[in-house]
Design a binder for this molecule. Structure first.
Ligand SMILES: Cc1cc2nc3c(=O)[nH]c(=O)nc-3n(C[C@H](O)[C@H](O)[C@H](O)COP(=O)(O)OP(=O)(O)OC[C@H]3O[C@@H](n4cnc5c(N)ncnc54)[C@H](O)[C@@H]3O)c2cc1C
Length: 327
């Protein structure tokens, strides 16, 4: 059943695409099933450098939308831009990355349009009747559910790492056509105003939500994340934390993994001084390989770990770092 699928093209202020957007475009191609994949670019950041990459991943049309004086970082504004692009593209399916902002925006879109919305999906496909079906883990990772969308418009946010990005089998893919327009945003969407935005300190480490490898610290670090950061830098990992560690102020709240934090699904998760409480597991259960370092052999994290090291993280991690540094 071929259809038009619209993909929200998350990008940095430089215009660089967020890595996992190409994963979402790949999933969109499968759902489109021979139909068209359109992209939605919201904002006035430079789009041209991203076009060849989007073309290589099957996007044929990009709706380049600006919102006048309304800041598209506000989710009501983004929701109206999404509604506009859905109408303009004729899309039956909208896919976006699972970020806090996107989830809030698609929820607003669902309320406004009656779309069927599934957030934090780990996979998306069509069933035998052609309905969009999203797989997601719920109740802190204790259940896996499959949700079939019954509304005319299906909206799914996909977690980073759910689908490997795959280019089209075409030696000379076409550059997508760009359709530019300004969306007239309602007064209602701009009742809140962003008065200031401060960029986070630039970090050389990968983005936590989409990193391939994450090193995570908990209460067992007692606030000393240095051994974790050294290991992370040697293996190119992002650094995450439990809620205890962020509540203590040992590391920023944006690094918190779990039910009330970021959901991660890296190929490799290394947890040190992390007990593996259910609220934490809810945000990392989809990880590929789980390695746990904990001094307590009864720690619950060992129940889900593929490799466990019973020991003091301050002894174990520097040895691991040293061994890997030589490689
Ligand atoms: C509504 C709600 C939402 C929540 N959301 C989240 C969430 O999103 N994310 C989250 O993480 N938590 C969340 N929590 C908190 C969660 O329930 C746990 O309290 C928390 O995850 C525990 O963090 P921890 O593993 O760092 O600490 P602890 O459970 O105290 O575990 C510390 C571990 O470190 C080990 N350890 C100590 N010293 C060392 C050492 N030197 N070397 C090696 N190991 C050592 C100990 O054996 C222990 O297993 C939430 C709680 C509630 C009620």
């Amino acid at each position: 059943m071929s259809a038009t699928v619209l993909v929200l093209l998350d990008h940095e202020e430089t215009g660089a695409l967020r890595g996992s957007v190409l994963e979402v475009a790949t999933a969109a191609r499968v759902l489109a099933d021979g139909g068209a994949v359109h992209g939605l670019w919201v904002g006035d950041e430079p789009l041209d450098p991203a076009l060849p990459l989007l073309g290589r991943h099957g996007v044929t049309v990009v709706h380049a939308v600006t919102t006048g004086d309304a800041d598209p970082h506000l989710t009501p504004v983004l929701a109206e831009a999404l509604a506009d692009a859905v109408a303009a593209s004729g899309a039956e399916v909208l896919l976006a990355l699972s970020t806090f902002e996107n989830k809030e925006a698609v929820a607003r879109l669902g309320v406004a349009t009656g779309a069927g919305v599934v957030t934090d999906a780990a996979a998306v496909e069509r069933d035998a009747d052609g309905r969009v079906v999203a797989t997601k883990s719920v109740l802190a990772g204790t259940w896996t559910t499959r949700c079939a969308v019954r509304a005319d418009l299906a909206v799914v946010t996909l977690k980073a790492g759910s689908v490997p990005a795959r280019p089209v089998d075409d030696d000379a893919p076409t550059i997508p056509e760009v359709v530019a327009r300004e969306v007239a945003v309602s007064d209602r969407a701009t009742r809140a105003r962003i008065v200031r935005r401060t960029a986070a300190e630039p970090s050389d480490r990968p983005d936590l939500a989409s990193a391939d490898v994450v090193v995570v610290g908990g209460r067992g670090t007692e606030g000393d994340f240095a051994p974790l950061e050294e290991l992370a830098d040697v293996i190119g990992a992002a650094v995450g934390a439990t809620r205890v560690a962020t509540d203590e102020g040992w590391i920023g709240h944006e690094q918190q993994i779990g039910q009330t934090g970021v959901t991660v699904s890296p190929r490799l998760y290394i947890g040190a001084g992390v007990s593996g409480a259910v609220h934490h597991r809810g945000g990392m259960q989809a990880s590929g390989t789980v390695v746990a370092v904990n001094s307590d052999p009864e720690a619950p994290i060992f129940e889900i770990a593929d490799y466990g090291i019973v020991g003091d993280l301050f002894t174990v991690l520097p040895q691991v770092t040293e061994a890997l540094r030589g490689r």
